[in-house]
Design a binder for this molecule. Sequence first.
Ligand code: KG4
Ligand code: ZN
Length: 373
Amino acid sequence: MLILGIETSCDETAASVVADGGRILSNLVASQISVHEQYGGVVPELASRKHLEWVNPVVDQALWQAKTTFSSLDGVAVTQGPGLVGSLLVGISVAKSIAYSYNIPLLGVNHLEGHLYANFLEHPEMTFPFLGLVVSGGHTELIHAKAHGVYEVLGRARDDAVGEAFDKVAKLLGLGYPGGPIIDELASRGDPGAIDFPRAWFKDRDTLDFSFSGLKTAVVNYVKRMQNAAAKGEPRRRRECRMRNSEGRVQKKSNPKSQIPNPKFRIPNSELYDVLASFQEAAIDMLITNAMKAIRLKRARRMALAGGVAANTRLRSRLSRMTSQEGISLYYPSPKLCTDNAAMIASLGYYKLMKGITSDLSLNAVADLKLGR
Ligand code: KG4
Ligand code: ZN
């Protein structure tokens, strides 16, 4: 059974053909990073224009690479939301046209649910129930996935999503866009225990919600203080802030004289790396603490990581260690399937079709589409 998936919820124009819900025959992603990076974030108007330009060639190429044609498809799956309305509408219009012209089922799917299904593509042995942690540029959600289409959201970000915090910190430090992969790479050269940035916890100790905006502000204020002190010729106070090296790791040395990669805050590389490693560690601490609480609460035996931030090397390795200590099976997709793609949309579409859940031609974009609706 061949499903064409189309994904245009944010700044990637993606199309993919997946056979029987699990075999990827093609998986194309036209990234708009070069369009948006000069603005340090996605510009919605530009995103929808680029989707319009690219969607047809990307769909054609996905069919060509899969060595198939429109008339051989058994269904067309498309992201209905959440996402940018103008962007979503481009993919939805194309999917509707294909479904109507070739008289095949139209499958409108939830983008967050799609991220979880990236795991089924690579780990067919994964079964329900499992605990899902979807971490992306727009969402941070802890989900108890009970069966196909049956979800309970246990916690979510109340302000910035975790990927957004990575992107904003990178933007404020002038490091580039998207910030997550850049910080992942630079943080590996620093000491995650160098600076004790605040972890946000709510008064309600039972909540599994997240907050990342305070952490982002703390990082920016810290760097500004460092810079001001340097400008006044005061000795660097960084060492006073050093609380601990959480793993007793010997701090990696970098050449303090080498050129710094950020033009905005001119601080030596070694200090920048420590700031980024400490920021990343604080963000990951918050994710892991709530994930482990949720695992215990639901007595989960399996956990699936998904979304762009699931590509983060430190998050993957720390969560692997924590879950293996508790005897939990942890699944995460390869980096290409963590970030936005259409193979995950096609895979989810297949499972929907198998359950007889299809959409009609009145399908519309829903910017804040919730899981389980
Ligand atoms: O899932 P995704 O491609 O798009 C959304 O649905 O939002 O996620 C994009 C987010 C961005 O915030 C990006 O900075 C982050 O994922 N990201 C990472 C890494 N790779 C991508 N964050 C941390 N470490 C990474 N290696
Ligand atoms: Zn996404």
